[in-house]
Design a protein around this ligand. Structure first.
Ligand SMILES: [Zn+2]
Length: 373
């Protein structure tokens, strides 16, 4: 029978664990949803929260009751969401208004977006940490009787973004579990979550999505032509959020840019490189840079596959001639090293490392590998 859970792509194992926990009435007080980015960890946590507060009290939310309706807009009084917010605690801006009021509009907008698309990543400008103030509020609210009867759920997105003070404060809450109160922590960087927190949670490892799962979702949810959906799913590399981002972009342009970037990286003249890649090396085009790096990543993955003779799996099928030339010239070089260098750069970019530095160090690394004797 179709259910609300079906809206979440893949993750069959985790869905099964959560549903049987409800059926067997063996709910943990705290869960940690972990795994790489863009695979639906937030979506799972939100759907689990919806299930737990649904008036029908079964292993799947009914989607019809007043509680489910409130969850549709993520405005349920018993489901609180915590995520990184900008500023220190009680920090004021120049006008003397609290920063919180200033970003309130942005927060509302992003929550509405998240309600509409649980794969949307809430990211408030200048937010670095989950503030101790947010955790104190959570602590207070978790101990009070709820605005509505029933369970109270706290979802903590980006749980790795807690500093020591927030971690310690949350730890106290987790150490004293209350009936009917559940904490759903979500992270793409489990290694950055303190072990003391992890040990208090039931761990739910979420898997990377397969190309077919992503392509299927793009076709069904975004009405993308199956052939195009398949191509994008290969570029997205298991990350559905990235796949949807890619839809809005001119992929052909980024592909051409990727080839040109590699050409200038390989050119003997450093000046030529700077002239041609100024946009990426000095500009502030972080989003573009991420797409460009993804294309370069795919390029190296494809050339490695081509070198091994597995042409069938190649993504960039329309750049066949260009790639054959590259493999003929550079097939003997350490292409896996190039792939790793691009992956590292993508990681740095996502951690907000200064863009020109990321691009410059990638250029140096690729030149070193590809020009090696
Ligand atoms: Zn319901």
């Amino acid at each position: 029978m179709p259910s609300n859970w079906d809206r979440i792509i893949g993750q069959v194992r985790v869905k099964g664990i959560l549903r049987s926990a409800v059926n067997n009435q063996r709910l943990a007080h705290a869960y940690l949803f972990w795994g790489s980015e863009g695979i639906g960890k937030d979506a799972l946590a939100i759907e689990f929260a919806r299930t737990l507060v649904c008036r029908n009290q079964s292993d799947t939310a009914c989607g019809e009751c007043p509680s489910c309706k409130k969850m549709d807009s993520l405005q349920h009084p018993n489901v609180k969401m915590i995520f990184p917010m900008p500023g220190g605690d009680g920090e004021k801006n120049e006008e003397g208004e609290s920063i919180e009021n200033e970003v309130l509009g942005e927060v509302r907008k992003q929550i509405a977006e998240k309600a509409n698309n649980p794969y949307f990543d809430i990211s408030i400008p200048k937010a670095k940490f989950i503030r101790i103030k947010s955790i104190r509020e959570l602590k207070r609210e978790s101990s009070m009787s709820g605005a509505e009867a029933g369970k109270k759920i706290f979802i903590i997105f980006d749980a790795d973004a807690m500093n020591d003070a927030s971690t310690n404060s949350l730890l106290k809450v987790l150490e004293e579990p209350l009936d009917g109160v559940h904490f759903l922590l979500v992270t793409s960087r489990k290694d950055a979550v303190k072990q003391t927190i992890i040990s208090r949670c039931q761990l739910l490892q979420c898997s990377v999505l397969s190309d077919d799962e992503i392509a299927g979702a793009l076709t069904e949810q975004q009405q993308i032509d199956p052939k195009q959906a398949h191509f994008i799913s290969r570029l997205a590399n298991g990350n559905y959020t990235r796949a949807v981002d890619l839809l809005g972009n001119d992929i052909t342009k980024f592909r051409t840019d990727a080839v040109n970037f590699l050409r200038s990286v390989l050119s003997p003249s450093a000046m030529k490189l700077f002239d041609e890649q100024e946009e990426y090396l000095t500009g502030n085009k972080r989003d573009n840079a991420e797409q460009l790096l993804t294309m370069i990543l795919v390029w190296f993955r494809d050339t490695i596959i081509m070198r091994e003779g597995g042409d069938y799996h190649i993504v960039n099928t329309d750049q066949d001639a260009e790639m054959r030339k590259f493999v003929a010239n550079f097939g003997a070089k350490n292409l896996e090293g190039c792939l790793a260098a691009v992956e590292r750069s993508l990681g740095l970019l996502r951690r907000n490392v200064y863009l020109p530095l990321v691009m410059l160090s990638l250029t140096v690394n690729l030149r070193r590998i590809l020009h090696a004797k």
